[in-house]
Structure formats: structure tokens, C-alpha cells
Write a protein that binds this ligand. Structure first.
Ligand code: ATP
Length: 327
């Protein structure tokens, strides 16, 4: 088993609340094991440029409660190329890093697995993405915070929708997965939820909205995942209005967008991030490599980095039925 003396840590892909708590946990757990820690700024971009910063226990003071990431994050087109990865490998060697901890989503792990195969650098992944679309963990770091932000905003929209008898199409994040849409729809009492995992039948949707809007309650909220196959809330609005049948309905769109990424992580995300960050370091010390640490049914679980992207995590279809029953 190769011994680990120095590790590098970075955040990559879309930022997610709780990434800082994870950076803190990795740094402090590593220091507790007498390992040196280097922070790599801006994900794979920083790896390619050798943008490293030495971390100590105090570098991560007062960050457990903050959103964003102190190491910054980026998407790195150069890392897709062999040359970029070669440059990254040179910097890893120069800095004497024996292993990497990557906090990010499936793209980050695909890049990490490739880097490991080409340059034999041990790498452990921590699932950090608001989308919750990673196989191998029940929840990803950032998801619970984003979900709560979405629900808070839906509550506010509900007040104004009700005051003016309006129909609101609220677009939430989720390019390929409907976890935020489905759960914020239930938590926010939405009348309809549209997600990428199911095919939307326009005629059925129109009928359903009409029946809702002509009943006692004249305001409604439809939660739409940005990655719904219809193309999101703006496109849905155009479709609904295309045949004149919605002329009498005051229809508004609200895109929650990046508000869902910002803000303090929830307690749940802070604890998850702290557990997974510590587990990542333990896994490295135990000789594991090219795996993601996750939490499944409350138990720590390791999943091969490549397996995370290849297998799709399913939504709970019972929850989808529940939205229909409860609306
Ligand atoms: P999120 O779920 O928040 O989007 P992510 O980790 O999936 O996070 P991506 O933009 O897909 O975000 O990936 C982050 C970075 O990982 C990319 O910008 C790229 O540098 C690297 N990467 C992704 N896929 C690959 C790949 N197949 N080969 C090499 N590098 C990759």
C-alpha cells in the first residue's frame, strides 16, 4: 500500500453549499493524521496551472457556515485534453502530492478517473452538487440547501400568486434530474411538477391547469425542472399560450436560477459534508483509490468513480404520485 504524506484538495464543476464544510473536514482530518494539505484553486484549471496554496487548520476557520467555495470552482475545457492533464500531472509531481480529494459532480469524477488511469495519482471523490443526481449516495452535498432555498422561494411566490389569482411557472435547477423539482414541489405544495424523468403531455397539462384555475382556488404553482424535455418554464409558457386557451389566465414565470446555489448550507448539508470529507481522508489512508465516498441508508459507502457517472440514480416515483394526490 502506498503511503500518503501530502494531499491536494479541490472543488470542481458547479458550486454547492456545503463545499466549504467538506474542504474544512478534509483539511482538518488530514492534519489530525499528520498529512500535509494543499488547496488547489479553481478545480482542474488550478491543477493545470499549479495554482496551489498550503492549508493549515486555520485556513479553514469560520467556513463551515458559508456557501460558495474558498478554493473557487471552475469548468476546465483544457482538462478534457491530454496535454492539459499532462501539465496537471507535472504540477502534482512538483508539489509532491501523493493523492487528490475532488469535491464535485459526475463530470469531475470522470475527469478524475481518467487522470488516475493515465498518471497513477490516487484520487477520492466527495459528491458535491446541488442536483443530487449521483449514484452511490442518497444525498449529495448542497442538495438539501438548494432544496430549502427553492421551497422558501416557492412559499413567497405562493403569497403573491394567491393575492392576484395568478398561475406561476416556477423553474428550479436540475438539468438531467428532477430531485429539486419533485421535492420542492411537494414541500411547497405545488399543483403540478414537471421533471426530465417523465414525458409531459401538453394536452393533459392544459386540462389539469384549467380544472385547477376554475375551481375555488384561482392561483396555482407549477414547478418545472430546467431540464424538463419541454425546455423549461419560458418555453412551457409559450406552449400554454400558443392556442389562446390561456388568454384569461394571468400567467407568470419565475426562474429561481442561481439563488439556489448561494447561501448558507443547511445543518443537514454541513453534517453530510463533514462526514464525507473526513471519510475521504480515511479512505485514502486505508489504501482506497479512484472511489467516491457516499452515504447510503446512513452508512458510508464507496463507489468506483466511473460507476458514479455510468449508473443513474432514480427519482422516487411514489413521490410523483403523491404530488398528484395532494394537489
Ligand atoms: P455539476 O454536477 O455541478 O455540473 P460536474 O463535476 O458534473 O458538476 P462538469 O462541468 O461536468 O461538472 O465537470 C467539471 C470538470 O471536470 C470539467 O470542466 C472538466 O474539466 C472535467 N471533466 C468532466 N468530464 C471529463 C472527461 N470526460 N474527461 C476529462 N475531464 C472531464
Amino acid at each position: 500500500m502506498r503511503s500518503i504524506r501530502r494531499l491536494g484538495i479541490f472543488t470542481s464543476g458547479g458550486d454547492a453549499p456545503g463545499m466549504n464544510a467538506c474542504v474544512r473536514a478534509v483539511t482538518r482530518t488530514a492534519i489530525a493524521h499528520d498529512l500535509g494539505v494543499w488547496g488547489i484553486r479553481r478545480g482542474y484549471e488550478g491543477l493545470i496551472e499549479g495554482d496551489f496554496v498550503k492549508m493549515d487548520g486555520r485556513s479553514v476557520s469560520n467556513i463551515v457556515q458559508t456557501g460558495g467555495t474558498i478554493l473557487k470552482s471552475a469548468r476546465s475545457p483544457r482538462f478534457f485534453g491530454e496535454e492539459g492533464r499532462q501539465q496537471a500531472a507535472c504540477h502534482v509531481e512538483e508539489a509532491g502530492l501523493d493523492a487528490l480529494v475532488a469535491i464535485g459532480g459526475d463530470g469531475t469524477f470522470a475527469g478524475g478517473a481518467l487522470f488516475h488511469d493515465e498518471h497513477d495519482v490516487p484520487i477520492i471523490g466527495c459528491p458535491g452538487t446541488i442536483d443530487n443526481d449521483l449514484y452511490g449516495t442518497d444525498e449529495t452535498i448542497g442538495y438539501d440547501s438548494a432544496l430549502n432555498t427553492a421551497i422558501e422561494n416557492i412559499d413567497r411566490i405562493r403569497d403573491t400568486a394567491d393575492a392576484h389569482d395568478r398561475l406561476f411557472l416556477v423553474e428550479v435547477m436540475g438539468r438531467d434530474a428532477g430531485f429539486i423539482a419533485l421535492n420542492s414541489g411537494i414541500g411547497g405544495g405545488a399543483e403540478l411538477v414537471l421533471i426530465p424523468e417523465t414525458v409531459t403531455n401538453m394536452n393533459e397539462i392544459k386540462e389539469r391547469i384549467h380544472s385547477l384555475m376554475t375551481a375555488q382556488t384561482r392561483s396555482s404553482i407549477v414547478v418545472v425542472a430546467e431540464g424538463d424535455e419541454l425546455g423549461g418554464a419560458e418555453k412551457l409558457k409559450r406552449e400554454l399560450q400558443s392556442d389562446g386557451s390561456f388568454d384569461e389566465i394571468d400567467l407568470r414565470v419565475c426562474i429561481l436560477g442561481h439563488t439556489q446555489r448561494g447561501g448558507a448550507p443547511t445543518a443537514r448539508d454541513r453534517v453530510l459534508a463533514s462526514r464525507l470529507g473526513a471519510a475521504a481522508v480515511d479512505a485514502l489512508i486505508d489504501g482506497h483509490d479512484s472511489v467516491m465516498v457516499g452515504l447510503v441508508n446512513g452508512e458510508l459507502k464507496l463507489t468506483g468513480l466511473r460507476g458514479v457517472g455510468r449508473r443513474k440514480k432514480s427519482i422516487d416515483y411514489e413521490l410523483l404520485k403523491l404530488t398528484q394526490v395532494l394537489s
